[in-house]
Write a protein that binds this ligand. Structure first.
Ligand code: SF4
Length: 239
């Protein structure tokens, strides 16, 4: 079995607890307007056996302190379920913590995947069907299937929300987000909620890849306003 791996970042500190190797898998069915990894959208040539990927990453194990380990990111790692399951199984067999950075937009096998997943880092996108489609081109209902199984399996979550000026930077959206999370996820299992202010760091990639950038003209999110929204969100989320 082979998987399509875009890249491996050896010592990441932002995608899950502790120091982590971040494995970016190719392929994504969404087209988020703010995506800063458009190079991962297309499923490229398959280039790794699970055992060779695990062997490469395991060399970093001495650095995986403070709860560190590996994080599968992308792209959408759920689009390569067999490869993801086998790699995760091998990592767990070697005592390595496994996190999964996902939008929940996969193609099934979720129970098996989550059996070997210690933490889901869930990227919400948007909370209504219409706006989710407008932002990503995808169907929000697909993500609910993933969330339903994660709830049944009692999976731990970190929630991520990108805050975009003129799109979701309002107190009203904070209230919608609060309700959405509580409707779909067991909040006792939510270890952290992160807001990521929209930034322009992916802009050059679109130019290089000759891909239309729908947010070419959009300003970056103001960090102070993002923090104000976060504080408000946390105040209602804890109620
Ligand atoms: S899900 Fe992630 S990789 Fe896919 S388009 Fe959205 S931001 Fe990009």
């Amino acid at each position: 079995m082979l998987g399509s791996v875009n890249s491996v970042e050896s010592l990441g500190t932002v995608d899950g607890p502790g120091i982590r190797a971040v494995i970016f898998l190719n392929g994504c069915s969404l087209r988020c307007k703010y995506c800063h990894n458009p190079e991962t959208w297309i499923m490229q040539e398959k280039n790794y056996e699970p055992s060779s990927l695990v062997e490469k990453v395991i060399r970093y194990k001495p650095y995986f302190n403070h709860g560190g380990g590996v994080t599968f990111s992308g792209g959408e790692p759920l689009l390569q379920p067999e490869f993801l399951i086998e790699c995760s199984r091998l990592f767990k067999e070697n005592g390595i913590n496994v996190a999964l950075d996902t939008a929940g937009a996969g193609i099934g096998h979720y129970e098996e995947i989550l059996k070997y997943t210690d933490l889901i880092i869930f990227d919400v996108k948007d909370v209504t069907k219409e706006r989710f489609f407008d932002l990503t081109g995808g169907n929000i209902e697909n993500t609910w299937q993933f969330l339903d199984i994660a709830r049944k399996m009692n999976s731990k979550f970190w929630i991520r929300q990108v805050i975009i000026p003129g799109v979701n930077d309002t107190f009203a959206y904070m209230e919608e987000l609060d309700k959405y999370i509580k409707d779909h996820i067991n909040i006792d299992n939510v270890e952290r909620v992160e807001f990521l202010p929209y930034h322009k760091l992916g802009t050059e990639k679109y130019e290089k890849l000759h891909i239309f950038n729908p947010y070419q003209e959009k300003e970056a999110m103001d960090a102070t306003k993002c923090k104000e929204l976060y504080d408000y969100f946390i105040s209602i989320f804890k109620e």
